[in-house]
Design a protein around this ligand. Sequence first.
Ligand code: DHB
Length: 308
Amino acid sequence: DTTASINGIELPLCIMNASGVLCSTDQELSNLLNSSSGGVVTKSCTSQPRKGNVLPRYFEWNIGSINSMGLPNLGIHFYLDFLEKKKINKPIFLSISGLSTEENYFLIQEANRSSKVTAIELNLSCPNLLGKEDMFGYNFDKISNFIENIFKFNKKPLGIKLPPYFQDVHIKNIALILNQFPIFFITCINSLPNGLFIDANKESVVIRPKKGFGGIGGAIIKPFALANVHKFYTYLRKDISIIGCGGISSGKDIFEHILCGASAVQIGTQFLKEGISVFERLKKELTLILEKKNYSSLNSFKGKLKNI
Ligand code: DHB
């Protein structure tokens, strides 16, 4: 049984797409609806459509990816209109990423008006905005007040997409804040911000925006993703689910995320590399592991990572 529950939101499969990857257009979202992905996460949206940063803005190599997309999206009303005209057969996570607190309040308000949105994934971790170097997920002073204001009017299940943290005390402090609110889930982690990949032959950067700096994803970020998932699992209220994201390209990677405490997972870089069939392949690989280990459900081993 590879189904999952995100604090009561039932997923037919614990594996879905990570926001940003192949989930921006009508075609891409239709493909996800028709796939075996356990849910559909939409591209982080803003109030108005955005073209994003100049090209090239994505590059991948064997063990990682770097991106500086700059939030290209069709605007929240495109996503809400798309959902309105579609038959929905699995949970829909509307990812929003306003450029200001006010814009985020507006986006959450609009999402609340749609019966097709199962949950909101509030993205506090976009690293790629030109001239906006501060990231909400790292602003420990402002985050509490911001979330408090949201729950004054929000009625939808709401989760928060977080950046990676590298100190225990940072995760402790964020968890202390989140534990005060009726949050459904967190998704961790977003890409490692401000990485740099270079081409030694050309002696140059590989993407054009921000002098080549961008968010790092793919296999190389798995240890950071697992660390964040596991630390949040120990510090968060048990009714706040964790969606693990980062460095997943096999069933074994998914098993590891769940051992660390994830209730479900998202696939970013590997989904872009492999396409829509990735969900079926990962489901098969995870199912084989569960059969071998005689686990009947994810709850049999979720969060049960052992120390030595
Ligand atoms: C973008 C990148 C992110 O990591 C994110 O969370 C949101 C947007 C982007 O560059 O489009």
